[in-house]
Design a protein around this ligand. Structure first.
Ligand code: FES
Length: 101
């Protein structure tokens, strides 16, 4: 595992999310109340771009068929998705968001 720079924290405004590509992986960075979460950016059901979904109360909703995933664990809260969303460990150092890949 290597800690890599994903982005500057200011690139992901509070209570918003942004998609980045790093080492060929599409990664969704979520800023919820200035706490950051990094997850796989494509829904495990049919590949929807989750950056176009919505986050509410720690749960990310897919824009296509409404699957819901916990943003801290990737656990499926509601289908149709059955497979949990991969989550990446991340940490903030100074104003950098670093991710373990
Ligand atoms: S692609 Fe996300 S619920 Fe179907």
């Amino acid at each position: 595992m290597t800690l890599l720079l994903l982005c500057r924290t200011k690139e992901v405004p509070e209570n918003e999310m942004r998609q980045f590509t790093l080492k060929g992986k599409e990664i969704l960075a979520i800023n919820q109340n200035m706490k950051f979460y990094c997850l796989e950016a494509r829904c495990t059901h049919a590949g929807a771009p989750l950056a176009e979904g919505e986050v509410e109360n720690g749960v990310l909703q897919c824009p296509w068929h409404g699957s819901r995933f916990k943003i801290d664990t990737g656990e499926v809260v509601r289908g149709p998705a059955k497979k949990q969303l991969p989550v990446y460990s991340c940490t903030v150092q100074d104003d950098n968001l670093l991710i373990e890949l």
